[in-house]
Design a protein around this ligand. Structure first.
Ligand code: B12
Length: 321
């Protein structure tokens, strides 16, 4: 005779009988959400949603994850998703994607879609999902945010969004980058100093912020000057701090003259230092949109290296330090 194992009744089945919980669980089928976005999507009152989420969390049906100031809720396991699929077969469930390079593209597409709602909460929920899939800070920056922002540039060029949209979307992304940074442990100080800045006139500093956070995580002491740094001020800070590495970002050809001034100043500073034998050598890297399109300029201006993205930059640093 065949032996049947007793079926464990998942607590989610009780919850499906309650209309509010059913609505909340249905909303979570499309991925992690904050309380506010559940409230917006379901029309339920916020205390009601919070109450149900707290109870379902204690029963292990949903789990919570903090991303910056917000907490995102998602279905706790595959079984809960399967039960919901069985209960509502007509509505497809976008399943939680395991991390693999093939679905990083899909996540990037979803992040871009979320950005296009112009809603920080919605974009945050995709990032929360990426975190629950254990994406690294590097993957989030280079494989999710960067392609999405490049696409934003494309939409701007095609006249589909305005410069104000560009501002909003880069601020949403910059804010999320700053928030996720605190989710990853940083190594202890490695004894190395890096100064980062965008050449005078260049207001594009999102990529630099990513690099700055990634280096901090690796134990570097960072001096992040941000966007549009006046050349003379940049040079005097380099003389004062004497970093081991200077990272300069330049997005457009129009800034080439300023970039040359900055590079000439940095090169004469390190030539003087090289004559003093006790002074440490300082490496200089150039990058950003302009250098990505004109890599030869790196050598021409006397920098040591360039890279198309933060991942390549880290690989070069591994060989230097
Ligand atoms: C967001 C954005 C803005 C924001 C910037 C906000 C901010 N705080 O950064 C705002 C709205 C201010 C802006 C303004 C302008 N922008 Co704009 N902007 C963009 C956009 C859409 C995304 C840039 C971005 O954040 N990318 C994501 C980051 C992660 O990528 P990244 O910068 O390339 O950085 C990575 C790598 O390059 C590398 N890297 C970066 N720096 C360094 C340094 C070193 C040493 C190394 C090794 C590597 C490295 O690592 C980073 C991480 O992996 C781009 C589109 C694009 N294709 O880049 C246009 C883009 C750069 N902008 C452009 C233009 C024309 C402008 C404006 C003139 C008008 C406009 N479109 O609004 C002004 C100019 C302002 C100025 N004086 O600088 C053009 C430039 C074209 C060109 N080549 O001349 C682009 C390409 C859009 C386009 N297709 O028209 N912009």
């Amino acid at each position: 005779m065949k032996e049947y194992k007793p079926l464990l009744i998942h607590p989610i089945l009780d919850d499906l009988a309650d209309p509010s919980r059913r609505t909340i669980l249905q909303t979570l089928r499309s991925g992690a959400k904050s309380v506010m976005s559940i409230v917006e999507q379901t029309g339920l009152k916020q205390p009601n949603v919070s109450n149900h989420l707290a109870k379902m969390r204690s029963q292990g049906i949903v789990c919570a994850q903090r991303c910056g100031k917000r907490v995102y809720y998602r279905l706790s396991d595959r079984r809960a998703e399967e039960l919901l699929d069985a209960a509502f077969p007509n509505q497809s469930t976008p399943t939680m994607l395991p991390v693999s390079s093939s679905n990083l593209d899909e996540m990037a597409r979803r992040y871009l879609q979320a950005l296009m709602t112009f809603d920080e909460d919605v974009a945050g929920s995709v990032v929360a999902e990426c975190l629950t899939c254990s994406l690294s800070m590097m993957e989030l920056c280079v494989d999710i945010f960067q392609p999405a922002m490049y696409h934003v540039g494309q939409l701007y060029m095609e006249g589909k969004i305005t410069e104000a949209h560009e501002h909003l979307l880069s601020n949403i992304t910059a804010n999320l980058v700053a928030q996720i940074f605190h989710r990853f442990p940083a190594k202890s100080y490695n004894g190395l100093k890096v100064m980062l800045g965008a050449v005078s006139g260049n207001r594009h500093d999102l990529g630099l912020w990513m690099i700055s956070y990634l280096l901090k995580q690796e134990g570097w002491k960072t001096y992040m000057l941000g966007s549009n740094v006046p050349t003379q001020g940049f040079l005097s800070l380099v003389r004062l701090v004497k970093p081991n590495l200077v990272i300069i970002s330049c997005a457009q050809e129009e800034m080439r003259l300023e970039l040359k001034c900055l590079m000439d100043g940095l090169n004469s500073f390190r030539d003087r230092n090289r004559k003093k034998e006790e002074a440490q050598d300082m490496k200089i890297m150039l990058g950003g949109g302009y250098l990505n399109a004109h890599q030869d300029v790196t050598i021409e201006l006397g920098a040591d290296a360039t890279s198309r993205d933060a991942r390549g930059l880290m690989q070069i640093l591994d060989t230097w330090f």
